[in-house]
Every structure is written in C-alpha cells, then in structure tokens.
Design a protein around this ligand. Structure first.
Ligand SMILES: NC(=O)c1ccc[n+]([C@@H]2O[C@H](COP(=O)([O-])OP(=O)(O)OC[C@H]3O[C@@H](n4cnc5c(N)ncnc54)[C@H](OP(=O)(O)O)[C@@H]3O)[C@@H](O)[C@H]2O)c1
Length: 358
C-alpha cells in the first residue's frame, strides 16, 4: 500500500507544555531554543483511510517549531527544517507529503521544499479553498444571509487561499466584497484581477479593524501568528469562517459574543475507519482539508505536487473537489472553537442577532 505523510508543528508553546508539563516552569527562551534544535519526529501512524476505490495509510511527522518561530526566524532556516522533515517522511516510505499549518505558509509555499525532496509535495490549499467556500455558503444560508446582497470580507485576501476565495466569491455573485491584508499594493493588484475576471469592483483595506464591523460574512485566512478579530470587531449576525491556523479569531469572541457565528474552516469527514493515533482537537475520523488533500492524492495514486506556491488555479480547486467526492470525503458538521455546533444552536444565534440589531 502506498503511503503518505503530513508535516505538522506545535502551534504555540502551549502544545509543547501539554506534552512536557515540567517545561512550563522553565524560561520561555530556553524552551524555544531547545525545541527548535530538535530533529524531525514521527508523531504517529495514520491507519485505515479507505474509500470505495482504494485504501492508504500514512504518518504525521513533526517539525519542532512554533508558529511564532516559523514566522519570525529567517525563512531559509525554517525551510531547511521542513525539508529535513520531508526527508524523514521519505525514509518512512511516504510517496507524497502534505504541508500543515505554517509549514505551507513560510517562504514560497512549498516550492523550495518540493525542489529538495524526491517525493511530491502539496500544501493542501486547493481542497482547503473548496471546503471553506462550501462552509461559508451553508452557514450563510442557515443564518439567513443572502451572499449576493451581503457585505463580505476576506482577511488575507492576497494570500494563496484568500485570493482564490475572493475570486470565487466574486464569481458566485458576491457584489460587496472587501479584500483585507497589510500590503496595499498587493491588495490593489488582487482587486484589479477580480475586476478583469468578473467586472465587479471590490474594496481594499489594510485597516481591518475599521472595516470589519460592517461585514456580514468574513473569510479569515491570514498568515498572522496573532489573532486579528476581537469581540468588538464583529456586527451582530456576522458569519466568520476561520480557516487560519493559528486562528485569526480570538477565543474571547466565543465567550463574549453569542450573536455571531464563528466556524472552523475546512473540517472534513475522512472515509474508512481512520485512526490518526494523535489528538489534534478534532472528533474521530475528521481532519483538516489540507490533510485530506494529501490523503485524496494518495488514494487516487496521483503522485504529483498538486498544490504548490501562491498561484492556485480554480481548475485545481474544482478537480480536487471531484476527487474528494469520488473517494467519499465531505465537509463535516459545523464546529466552532473546537466544539460541534448544531443547526438549532445556529438558529438561536440568528435570533439573538435579530434582537441585537433592533
Ligand atoms: N484549515 C486548514 O485546513 C488550512 C489549510 C491550509 C492553510 N491554512 C491556514 O491558512 C492561513 C493562510 O494560508 P496561506 O497559504 O493562504 O498563506 P499566505 O499565502 O502566506 O497568505 C497570507 C495572507 O495573510 C495576510 N497577512 C499575513 N499577516 C497578516 C497580518 N498580520 N494582518 C493582516 N493580514 C496578514 C498576507 O498579506 P500581507 O502580508 O500583505 O498582510 C496574505 O494576504 C494560514 O494560517 C494557514 O495555516 C489552514
């Protein structure tokens, strides 16, 4: 059976402390220095991925660096560590490797990593885009929001995922769209592209805090290591699909705002009796869409670097959606801050938002 591997990393030091509690008392710089010197590690074996057409198994391999380190240490250093993890995956017998969380964001989004490995690499971003869009459409419907009339925003709209999400939203008829990120020049370039593709004129802003309170629908997909969305930034009834890892939306939104719907983007049901043998905070048999893309490619025997770099074609998003359906992957139920959200709860949020708006 041909195997896959997926590269993960601790999102923050908290992930390290959960495993090595005694380190909590140590000075942070000491812990940070220690972990980033650790070699790549096989974290667990993933078994039982089975579609009606094929089956596969794989490994989680860890790069021992936090998101903060990945963003703030020189990209070359981080990329070397990711390549080492990829080589480790090769030795384990993987025929394809997926890049998780910030390992797909640093540097050139997997291009250099792929060039230095003998097996194909994918960021998983094509399927992440597909599931984020599907999630937004389903959630908007339940909250009674018509996407064509809604104020929509994409945070991280010049990024590999955010840019395609923005283009797809415009193609689906969204008329009021604001692209958000830090670099104004890149934002204007993205807006020009959308105008050329769909004839829709979209707004751009680097002042997220100012524009966010107007948004009915937010796709949050920045590469920021810090949260960008706080409780007071959202209007009653807003639907936020938080695709970013680490999250863009502060957990305090869950505590302080019961009139907005914040969903985790890209949570997928995996076919078969899959066991990840590792707890990444999801219910059994569910995974991130980027992990799922790696599994889909392994099941299909498509040993190619499917999604790399920051230019993702809509054609690839559509093709991976078709392959996902063929192999029995589908969007899981809604989740918010690591908890399941039922349609009844969504209805209650909608009612509270109606009252808050009066
Ligand atoms: N849930 C999943 O299954 C899944 C799968 C893949 C990736 N992801 C996550 O999705 C996120 C984006 O990935 P990507 O590959 O699209 O990254 P990317 O190509 O690097 O794009 C990042 C975007 O965020 C913007 N940005 C970065 N820092 C920012 C800040 N502090 N404030 C505002 N905007 C900021 C960037 O523009 P500027 O630099 O101009 O600000 C850019 O538009 C990451 O968190 C990644 O871990 C999740």
């Amino acid at each position: 059976m041909s195997k896959f591997a997926f590269i993960i990393h601790p999102i923050s030091l908290e992930d390290i402390f959960r495993k090595f509690n005694f380190m909590r008392k140590w000075p942070r710089p000491l812990v940070e220095g220690l972990i980033r010197r650790m070699p790549p590690l096989k974290v667990s074996e993933i078994t039982g991925v089975a579609s009606p057409h094929a089956s596969t198994s794989g490994y989680f391999v860890s790069v021992s660096m936090t998101s903060d380190q990945m963003v703030n240490l020189p990209a070359g250093y981080t990329i070397k560590k990711i390549i080492k993890a990829g080589k480790h995956a090769e030795k384990l017998g993987a025929r394809i490797v997926g890049l998780g969380a910030m390992t797909s964001v640093v540097g050139d989004a997997g291009v250099t990593v792929a060039r230095n490995l003998n097996i194909p690499v994918t960021t998983g971003n094509s399927y992440t885009i597909a599931t984020a869009m599907e999630g937004v459409e389903r959630a908007a419907k339940l909250m009674g929001v018509n996407l064509e009339d809604a104020e929509c925003a994409v945070i991280g709209a010049t990024g590999s995922i955010g840019n395609v999400c923005a283009r797809l939203m415009s193609q689906k008829g969204v008329r009021y769209l604001t692209l958000m990120a830090r670099d104004k020049r890149k934002l204007e370039h993205a807006a020009d592209n959308i105008y050329r593709e769909t004839g829709t004129s979209v707004k751009v802003t680097s002042d997220i805090k100012k524009s966010l309170p107007r948004a009915d629908i937010v796709v949050a997909v920045s590469g920021s290591e810090d949260t960008l969305v706080e409780p007071h930034d959202l209007k009653p009834g807003a639907v936020v699909c938080d695709v970013a890892r680490p999250r863009d939306v502060s957990v305090s939104v869950a505590q302080k705002r019961d009139d907005v719907l914040v969903l985790e983007g890209g949570v997928v049901d995996v076919p078969g009796d899959v066991n990840f043998n590792f707890n990444f905070g999801f219910p059994p048999r569910t995974a991130y869409a980027c992990m799922a893309e790696t599994m889909i490619l392994a099941l299909e025997g498509k040993w190619e670097s499917y999604t790399l770099g920051r230019e993702i074609s809509i054609d690839k998003v559509e093709k991976i959606t078709g392959l996902a359906k063929k192999h029995g992957f589908k969007l899981a139920g809604f989740r918010s801050f690591e908890k399941a959200v039922t349609e009844e709860e969504i209805e209650k949020i909608r009612q509270r938002a109606l009252i808050a708006r009066q």
